[in-house]
Design a protein around this ligand. Structure first.
Ligand code: ADP
Length: 497
């Protein structure tokens, strides 16, 4: 809030006095001090002047014919326009000065005649200062009232949205994840009562969020201030898992850093999506197998020789059918993994051997794309499903090669960390934008919608990798700088010797 300077010397002063000498003396003295002075000899003229253009202060003689000073002052106080103008009475020594009356009709001060110049000036200055301060207080007050009103309106709107939103909303403390407030949709989704939720943390309620997950969410929130549509699992009171899209934003509640979380329950949508995809895939599998058999027969020349043009068309049909077949196989693979229909076959393996096998499998593709493949293996035993880990490595290497430019290098390395192995696939390719770093591990998520068509992928590779790594109790993630390259990491537990 900025205050106006207490400027008094340019103030407008109206002097009302029927004695011309007094009037001139006062006017001259005030003008000399820089005030703008209007002087009148009649009370009624003074009143009209004050109404037409309200001055900042009035010096008012008491004894005047027609209308005395008290009457003028009373009139001034009756009008909204002039009520707040400070009035200083001037009265001659021989007037029967009724000081009490002067104040009771609304005067702020009085000066006796013959007056001392300094005294009048000091009193005028003081009352102008007081008036200015009053004005500022009034303005500040009006502004504050307005702010309070606007805040109340905003709070009311938020409270309404909070209460009636069909989306589960919660407010938690940032550091501890303790619930401060939740709406009824949240209560319904969680299965807990309001009393069971408020004051408790996300771990105490066992909502399926681990301290590590929570810590990394807090870190991201502190970095960016908000998170949008973050897919996560939410465990309710009866132990059922729901899939929610969570958007979170940092807010300040009376000096405490808190998080406003808005969830969107997509469990049913996901279930229908899964059902639809797996149904379509199963339905496609049989005709696709027959189609591929027929194309193979044609290609082998067993049904006659094709013209060159015919062979070209056949090749296009084979390439596309193979892509479709890969897609269907990937979907079914993912589905079987997710539903636990295929178990992981753990065996003691040397990670160096797995890296070499993956590199060998990808060597031809790398050479064709003029990409240098550098392996930095590590001889170390681990308990994994070799076929599945190979599948993961091949997927990551194939992406690294696909999204690199000729003459780039791709590194495949294994590192020993405290109690796990960390595998890294690094490229110098186009990179991945920050907002896609999480979502590319979801099914059919690609940075560019044309990626699968242009690069022949299915958009399922990373989802499969994530499933395989999670079945090994590991984690997979990516770090990337646009235009400079990406590094995919995944961890594997070590064998306990
Ligand atoms: P796809 O079959 O399309 O490669 P993935 O699930 O393996 O499916 O990858 C999903 C998307 O992630 C890719 O389409 C691409 O947009 C992006 N991506 C994956 N790996 C890389 C990489 N090394 N560099 C840049 N983008 C990548």
């Amino acid at each position: 809030m900025h205050n106006q300077p207490l400027e008094t010397h340019k103030a407008n002063i109206l002097v009302i006095d029927d004695t011309p000498e007094n009037l001139h003396l006062l006017a001259a003295m005030l003008t000399e001090q820089g005030y703008k002075v209007r002087s009148v000899t009649k009370g009624s003229t003074g009143l009209r002047g004050a109404q037409a253009s309200p001055p900042d202060l009035i010096l008012l003689d008491i004894n005047m014919p027609e209308m005395n000073g008290y009457e003028v002052c009373q009139s001034l106080k009756q009008s909204d326009r002039t009520r707040d103008i400070p009035v200083i009475f001037i009265s001659a020594m021989n007037d029967v000065l009724d000081k009490v009356k002067a104040f009771s009709v609304g005067g702020v001060d009085y000066v006796t005649k013959p007056f001392q110049v300094e005294e009048v000036l000091v009193r005028v200055k003081n009352h102008l200062t007081i008036r200015n301060l009053q004005k500022q207080l009034l303005e500040q007050n009006t502004r504050l009232q307005q702010e309070i009103y606007e805040r109340q309106q905003a709070e009311e709107k938020f409270a309404k949205a909070f209460r009636s939103s069909p989306s589960p909303i919660s407010i938690t403390t940032l550091r501890e994840g303790r619930f401060i407030d939740v709406n009824s949709s949240f209560i319904r989704m969680s299965g807990y009562s309001l009393e069971e939720i408020i004051g408790h943390s996300v771990y105490e309620l066992n909502l399926g969020i681990t301290p590590e997950n929570y810590a990394s969410t807090v870190e991201k929130l502190l970095e960016t201030g908000c998170l949008q549509n973050y897919e996560m699992e939410f465990r309710n009171q009866s132990g059922d898992f729901k899939i929610v899209l969570l958007s979170s934003e940092l807010i300040d509640l009376s000096g405490t850093q808190c998080v406003l979380n808005i969830a969107n329950d997509i469990t049913e949508r996901k279930r229908l999506e899964n059902e639809f995809i797996s149904l379509v895939s199963h339905e496609l599998k049989t005709p696709l197998t027959s189609l591929m058999g027929s194309l193979d027969l044609l290609s082998a020349g067993q049904l006659g020789t094709l013209t060159t043009k015919g062979q070209q068309v056949l090749n296009i049909a084979i390439t596309n059918t193979e892509r479709l077949n890969r897609l269907v196989n990937d979907i079914l693979d993912l589905e079987r993994m997710k539903s636990g229909k295929i178990a992981i076959q753990f065996a003691k393996c040397n990670i160096a051997e797995l890296l070499m096998q993956a590199a060998e499998a990808m060597q031809a593709m790398a050479e064709k794309a003029n990409i240098k493949l550098i392996i930095e293996p590590l001889t170390r035993e681990c308990m994994v499903d070799p076929d599945r880990i190979l599948q993961t490595l091949i997927n990551l290497l194939s992406n690294a090669i696909k999204f690199s430019e000729p003459s780039h290098t791709v590194w495949l390395r294994a590192k020993l960390q405290a109690d796990y192995l960390q595998i890294e696939v690094q490229d110098q390719g186009r990179g991945i934008p920050a907002h896609k770093l999480q979502s590319i591990f979801e099914r059919f998520q690609q940075v560019d919608v044309s990626d699968s068509r242009k690069k022949g992928g299915t958009g399922l590779g990373l989802a499969i990798c994530r499933n395989i790594v999670e079945l090994h109790n590991g984690k997979i993630w990516v770090e990337s700088v646009l235009g400079q390259g990406s590094t995919f990491y995944f961890t594997l537990p070590l064998t306990q010797d």
